[in-house]
Design a protein around this ligand. Structure first.
Ligand code: PLP
Length: 395
């Protein structure tokens, strides 16, 4: 087997789907006009952006005016929180209490931490041992001055899904607005802003076979919002800057692809994932699944092995041709134990003993079977101390 023959890190990123690349090509080549130009080269670009907005809106069951294109999930998350608060402040609203969960992506956590230093009061809801935010735990921290609640739909490391409709309802009952980071949900489970009842929602193209550096923010009609960027009037001044036309076209094509394959793919991936999980849990003493027992995205499993260093295990698997990840892929290279797994109540050693496997479009049964065998081998060699030598040489 050659290096990286089997890619099982789809939560980190996905390959661009050929259909998506085909849709983008004309806008990378001959249709390069600026959508703001009113001459004949600008018009096709404007039409493409408008049509794409309609497609992304349909994907979320939103209306086109509620979609703001961004340069990815991180920007959408930042813009959701900061743009909403800017809008609130512009309207003279003085509420300064924010709520989030400790298992959020840093794209939500870091803006929240910054806001806590600049006059906002930030509360963190408790999560259970699966990392789930319960309606009861949210109820405990909501206040009359809560302005915004931000809880992710699906967690990037464990795949654990939050009960967003119930959480959003509670936030609304308290007079607050609700944002969800749906970056790891889109393309894996249905995402319908009406059923979810959210006010703001972030997504990222490269997590579901679209181009990197593309994303969108849904802003429900009537929700206070003011851009944090200053510039041209693009995106109705909510996100100024010349539109990434090929990226937007690719993002829209990816949403269409996701809609047409979601049901079939989620069944297929769930079967593969469940089979892998069962054989690892059966075959390896001291193996666990983080977040087991709660509703999870069908493609994700976070394994934990007693007495095994996850990074060594990951490197051993990498040498054998399998790409999986330890902790959060977005902060890979960092030796800090994952804040998500720590929030589940795991000790640093247990967190270090975890690896994430995330399946996707090109994952087939033989890949999963081969990964299972490789994990069985790698765990015993790492436990026997052989893996440490191999791991050290593999970086
Ligand atoms: N939110 C979640 C849950 C993610 O998993 C990620 C990326 O891993 C992001 C936000 C950031 O998205 P992007 O890479 O498009 O900036």
């Amino acid at each position: 087997m050659t290096r990286q023959e089997v890619y099982l890190d789809y939560n980190a990123t996905t390959p661009l789907a050929p259909e998506v690349l085909d849709a983008m090509m004309p806008y990378l080549r001959e249709r390069y006009g600026n959508p703001s130009s009113i001459h004949s080269l600008g018009r096709p670009s404007r039409e493409a952006v408008d049509a794409s907005r309609g497609e992304v809106a349909a994907f979320l069951n939103a209306s086109p005016r509620e979609i703001v294109f961004t340069a990815g999930g991180t920007e959408a998350d930042n813009l959701a929180i900061l743009g909403f608060l800017a809008g609130l402040e512009a309207g003279g609203d003085e509420r300064r209490h924010l709520v989030t969960s400790p298992t959020e992506h840093h794209a939500v956590l870091y803006p929240m931490q910054r806001l806590a230093k600049t006059g906002y009061d930030v509360s963190y809801v408790d999560v259970d041992e699966a990392g789930r935010v319960s309606p009861e735990s949210l109820e405990k921290v909501l206040r009359h001055d809560t302005a915004l609640v931000s809880v992710m739909y699906a967690n990037n490391e464990t795949g654990v899904i939050a009960p967003i409709p119930e959480l959003a309802r509670l936030a609304h009952d308290a007079g607050a607005r609700f944002h969800t980071d749906a970056v790891q949900a889109c393309g894996k489970i249905p995402v319908d802003v009406e059923k979810l009842g959210v006010d703001l929602l972030s997504l990222s193209g490269h997590k579901f076979y679209g181009p990197k550096g593309t994303g969108a923010l849904y802003v429900r009609r009537g929700v206070p919002f003011k851009s944090i960027f200053r510039g041209g009037g693009q995106e109705r001044s909510r996100r100024p800057g010349t539109e990434n036309v090929p990226g937007i076209v690719g993002l829209a094509r990816a949403t269409r692809l996701a809609s047409s394959t979601l049901e079939r793919e989620s069944r297929r991936l769930r079967d593969l994932r469940d089979g892998l999980e069962a054989s690892i849990l059966r075959g390896i003493d001291g193996s666990h699944v983080n977040g087991l027992g709660s509703e999870r995205t069908p493609n994700t499993v976070s394994f934990r092995f007693d007495g095994v260093d996850g990074e060594r295990l990951m490197k051993t698997l990498d040498r054998d041709g399998f790409a999986v990840s330890t902790g959060a892929a977005c902060s890979s290279g960092s030796v800090e134990p994952s804040h998500v797994l720590l929030a589940l109540g795991l000790g640093p050693e247990q967190v270090q003993g975890s690896i994430r496997v995330s399946l996707g479009r090109y994952t087939e049964q033989p890949h999963v079977g081969a990964l299972k065998d490789a994990i069985l081998r790698a765990v015993s060699s790492v436990r026997a101390g052989v893996g440490s030598a191999m791991g050290a040489g593999a970086s």
